[in-house]
Design a protein around this ligand. Structure first.
Ligand code: ADP
Length: 402
């Protein structure tokens, strides 16, 4: 008997329970070693034995155990369990052993024979077989856990992919909406510019006395209309510029010109505001310096910085233009309220304003410096701010000359 068992027992190692969910192969090998009529492997739960696999196992279907029996089955030191299982099943020719992996009991293995009781040798052999079976089950469990993990990972991947698709769709929608908004803003701004140009042009004609003399009051009001029109035009231009920046449709129209020409032209545009605020505008410019740049955008940069300086200056603005290391340096400095250090980076962000309640009378969009920064970047230049609260502000532009 032992010789036969030793020969056959190695067959257990060829069994892969993961491929045979009813473990028929395992029972067949056991049957070649010990003859039995029915067999079952139970997993042990605190109050239950769950039948995992079996051969002719109808017999075992209705087994119910209570907590006390469960404890005995679990507890290795409580000795043999064959008698308990005999009572549970109601049959007399039974062999039952605990299935344990390392030190923990994971289940119970039972075989049963109708006609003849099992011998002592068969009991020894069955115990050895049970040890091997316990390891096969452990491998099966591990493989099931692995399968579950792989399944969970697959589901996670699917979910991530689905979320990604949703976000992608939402992003597309947001971008489309942004495009529509930008288009709308561009159209409205464009349409506003035409009547505004008439307002500015006609108020200029009036103050230039093309239509006859004006009394002082009329002269002052016409001047106010012109200034208000210019500010409004500035705001509309800023909106148009930002929509162009965001749709990446900005192109540079490069030409070579004298820096002083561009600066003086901007000074002329801003002059009515300078006079109105009774400020002094000083310039210190090398008249021979030329630059290759986009004339309109270059002026827009200066105009934005200069209108800010006018907005915040107390008494004086100085514009300084010089050449340093092949680069054109332009400094626009005022003696105004200054900008606290913690805002220096932020002021270049869209819609950012340091003092939103202050200077309510001034028109502002919070877009001026954003546009300046983008235009400077387009020209491969740099912009720097030097300022402290109540100590005035200086913006320094640095452009390559060509
Ligand atoms: P805004 O249309 O509000 O002027 P900007 O982008 O041009 O927008 O400027 C952003 C903010 O930076 C302003 O609201 C102001 O708080 C601050 N700022 C800009 N220039 C000056 C300056 N010369 N002096 C003080 N604060 C300034």
């Amino acid at each position: 008997m032992f010789k036969n068992a030793v020969e056959k027992i190695s067959k257990f190692y060829e069994i892969d329970l993961t491929k045979n969910s009813h473990a028929d192969e395992m029972f067949d090998v056991l049957n070649e070693i010990i003859k039995f009529d029915s067999a079952a492997v139970f997993y042990l739960a605190p109050n239950d034995l769950s039948l995992e696999f079996g051969k002719n196992f109808e017999l075992y279907h209705d087994i119910k155990i209570n907590e006390k029996i469960s404890k005995i089955l679990y507890d290795k030191s409580s000795g043999e369990i064959t008698d308990i299982v005999k009572k549970l099943i109601g049959k007399s020719h039974i062999l039952a052993v605990r299935l344990s992996v390392k030190d923990s009991v994971i289940g119970v293995f039972v075989i049963e024979r109708e006609k003849e009781d099992f011998s002592f040798d068969e009991k020894l052999i069955f115990e050895t077989c049970a040890k091997i079976v316990a390891n096969l089950i452990k491998d099966l469990e591990l493989s099931n856990v692995l399968k579950l993990q792989v399944k969970a990972m697959q589901e996670g991947l699917i979910e991530t992919h689905q979320s990604y698709e949703i976000i992608k769709k939402q992003n597309k929608k947001i971008k489309e909406n942004e495009k529509l908004q930008n288009k709308f803003l561009a159209n409205v701004s464009h349409d506003l510019r035409t009547p505004l140009n008439s307002i500015i042009g006609l108020s200029e004609a009036l103050s230039g006395k093309f239509f006859g003399e004006l009394n002082q009051k009329q002269q002052d009001y016409v001047e106010d209309i012109k200034i208000a029109g210019l500010k409004l035009l500035g705001m509309i231009n800023e909106i148009l510029d930002i929509t162009k920046i965001e749709s990446h449709s900005l192109k540079l129209n490069l030409s070579e010109f004298k820096v002083s020409d561009a600066v003086f032209e901007v000074c002329n545009i801003i002059n009515p505001l300078v006079l109105k605020k009774k400020l002094v505008l000083d310039t210190n410019i090398d008249n021979n310096l030329s630059i290759v740049a986009d004339y309109v955008k270059f002026q827009q940069i200066l105009l934005n910085l200069l209108s800010n300086a006018v907005k915040y200056a107390k008494s004086k603005i100085i514009i300084d233009v010089s050449l340093k290391g092949g680069n054109i340096l332009i400094s626009i400095k005022d003696d105004g309220i200054g900008i606290p250090k913690e805002h220096h980076r932020k002021i270049f962000g869209k819609f950012y304003q340091v003092q939103d309640t202050l200077l309510k009378t001034e028109t502002s969009t919070g877009l001026g410096l954003t546009i300046v920064k983008e235009f400077v970047k387009l020209h491969r230049g740099k912009i720097q701010v030097i300022s402290a609260e109540n100590e005035g502000t200086e913006f320094i532009l640095n452009f390559p000359q060509k």
